[in-house]
Design a protein around this ligand. Structure first.
Ligand code: ADE
Length: 224
């Protein structure tokens, strides 16, 4: 799967080059292509923004610069273009699964300042996504959230069981996990997990998932 990111701050994406996503890019399972919008400014000072028509605070990113940056993406025709904005549909696990299953190439457009001129949004954007009801200074962190969440569904990034058993995959939160030592600060690992009895372990984990979901996120149980 390929992600092309249109951003004014490509250096913000360093963290995503590490760990699991970093390994997946090294193995060419996923490709992250960072495009610096500023490289497409035709101004001698590399200006990318201007004051809003009609007045108001802040600066607006100019449409032509963004459009040239978009046109520089060679295989853009078959890609889905997502604009990260607090006005978008709220991102969640099922949206992540749907996007990763239905797209080979996603273009992520990151805004900054007061936003991007509406005309280029109208021209190139297929979908708007928000990562939650709060306002960030730009779309870079949301774009990394989207890349990370979608990548976990790509074959070879994780092992299959960790996707099937994790939080939200069955609409419930995940059961608690334990590892060595058997006793930590006087608290012992639940006996059932040491029993080797697979049926009982499975049942215990299902019960735990349900109890924890009831306690922490009762809203999830009402959704079906
Ligand atoms: N840009 C600024 N805030 C955002 C949010 N909550 N989600 C997506 N993009 C954003």
């Amino acid at each position: 799967m390929k992600f092309s990111v249109l951003t004014l701050f490509p250096e913000m994406f360093e963290p995503i080059k590490k760990s699991i996503i970093g390994k997946a890019t090294e193995k060419n399972i996923i490709e992250i292509n960072l495009i610096n919008i500023r490289d497409f400014s035709e101004d001698k000072h590399k200006k990318v923004d201007d004051t809003p028509y009609g007045g108001g605070a802040g600066m607006v990113i100019m449409p032509d610069v963004v459009y040239r940056a978009y046109l520089s993406i060679p295989d853009r025709e078959n890609a889905k273009v997502i604009y990260l904005t607090p006005q978008g549909t709220t991102f969640n696990q099922s949206k992540a699964e749907e996007l990763s299953k239905n797209n080979n190439h996603i273009i992520l457009l990151c805004g900054h300042y007061e936003g991007i001129d509406q005309r280029v949004i109208n021209k190139i954007v297929d979908e708007e996504i928000s990562i939650g009801d709060y306002v960030l200074t730009g779309g870079e962190l949301p774009a990394m959230v989207v890349i990370d969440t979608l990548s976990r569904y790509i074959d070879g990034v994780l092992n299959k069981e960790s996707i099937q058993e994790e939080t939200f995959s069955n609409g419930l939160l995940e059961y608690p996990q334990y590892t060595r030592p058997e006793t930590f600060l006087n608290e012992k690992v639940p006996d059932v997990l040491l029993s080797g009895h697979h049926e009982n372990i499975k049942k215990w984990r299902e019960d735990q998932s349900l109890t924890i979901t009831k306690q922490k996120r009762p809203d999830l149980l009402k959704k079906t």
